[in-house]
Ligand binder design. Structure first.
Ligand code: MTE
Length: 315
């Protein structure tokens, strides 16, 4: 069953049309040389809060974004069920304020940080990224967020920190899917430190100019656009600097099917299906499949990170 998002503050106006109006406004302001104030927009992030973010054209694709309905009703979020419509239907039980992220491991500065303090020094940016799920469907999403690398640097990772491990909230009372044994909970993911520091890696707090709906990973999620979507972990409560490649929830569940790197790669099929093409969500029943691009179209920016690696073996 499809579920429409709850109405937000401005009634009778969809976030998508609001967003298009704001894009127009932003380009108007930029045209006059007046920058947008972006600092204090995120004192806290209740669901549906309007965010003030400057559009980052250099980091955005020009493809038209999917609709608000596509992005918020067709989701993967096993903490709330395995059907695409489950997260929109059930993720309302997650309380996203207040929210604390615990920084741990090989860094000079560690400990709990409120989401407000985590975000405060950073200007919010809007970036339109492609999302390619390992299940061979794709979307284009206008995220609002902050560069992950800038956040990580504040905690002064030590020289032996080679990877970053991310953890989702573990609370079966709020996330009923965590009572099932479909994955080892909490959901975890990881990046090599240089991947995490790459300017494309984003910590997202919103989409379409509003704070994230719960089903999309509120209040804080990762977005790594050149990797399969499962790397983009939702509802992050832990960020840990570690020396060794961390186990991620999906590679723990099935290491033959889901590798640590999970770079989008049309030349390496999933054992059960081809990765050469994808179904673009919203394209309609009869739309032709699109070819999948190496690194999801971001090869020019990220291929150097993997120079000398055998991407068939280290998939
Ligand atoms: N994060 C958590 N905690 N739990 C999940 O089940 N699913 C992943 C990823 N992050 C998942 C998650 C998968 S498989 C995908 S494709 C993306 O979230 C989907 O993000 P979206 O629902 O916002 O499109």
């Amino acid at each position: 069953m499809r579920h429409r998002p709850r109405p937000l503050t401005e009634q009778h106006v969809t976030p998508e049309s609001l967003y298009l109006t704001r894009r127009h406004l932003i380009s108007g302001l930029l045209g006059t040389g007046i920058g947008l104030a972006v600092g204090d927009a995120h004192a806290s992030l209740p669901t549906g809060a309007v965010l003030h973010a400057a559009h980052n054209a250099a980091m955005s694709v020009s493809a038209p974004p999917n609709s608000w309905d596509d992005i918020t009703t067709y989701n993967n979020y096993y903490e709330f069920g395995t059907d695409k419509s489950d997260p929109a239907q059930y993720a309302g039980s997650l309380r996203v304020t207040p929210w604390t992220v615990t920084i741990g491991g090989e860094a000079d500065i560690t400990g709990p940080v409120s989401l407000d303090d985590l975000l405060k020094p950073h200007a919010l940016e809007e970036r339109i990224y492609r999302l390619r799920c390992v299940e061979a469907w794709s979307m284009v999403i206008p995220w609002v967020g902050i560069p992950l690398g800038e956040v990580l640097r504040r905690f002064k990772p030590r020289s032996n920190a080679k990877y970053v491990r991310f953890t989702t909230l573990n609370d079966p009372t709020q996330m009923p899917g965590e009572r099932s044994s479909i994955l080892h909970w909490p959901y975890t993911e990881g990046l090599r430190l240089d991947e995490a520091m790459h300017p494309l890696s984003l910590l997202a707090v919103g989409l379409y100019g509003r704070s994230l709906p719960n089903q999309n990973g509120a209040p804080l999620r990762l977005v790594v656009p050149w990797k399969y979507g499962f790397k983009s972990i939702k509802a992050i409560v832990g960020i840990e600097f570690v020396e060794r490649e961390p186990r991620s929830a999906w590679s723990q569940a099935n290491p033959k099917e889901y590798g640590f790197y999970a770079n989008v790669n049309p030349a390496v099929d999933h054992p059960r299906w081809s990765q050469a093409s994808e179904r673009h969500i919203g394209g309609g029943l009869f739309a032709p499949r699109q070819p999948t691009l190496p690194f999801n179209g971001y090869a020019e920016q990220v291929a150097d990170l993997y120079r000398g690696m055998d991407l068939r073996r280290q998939f």
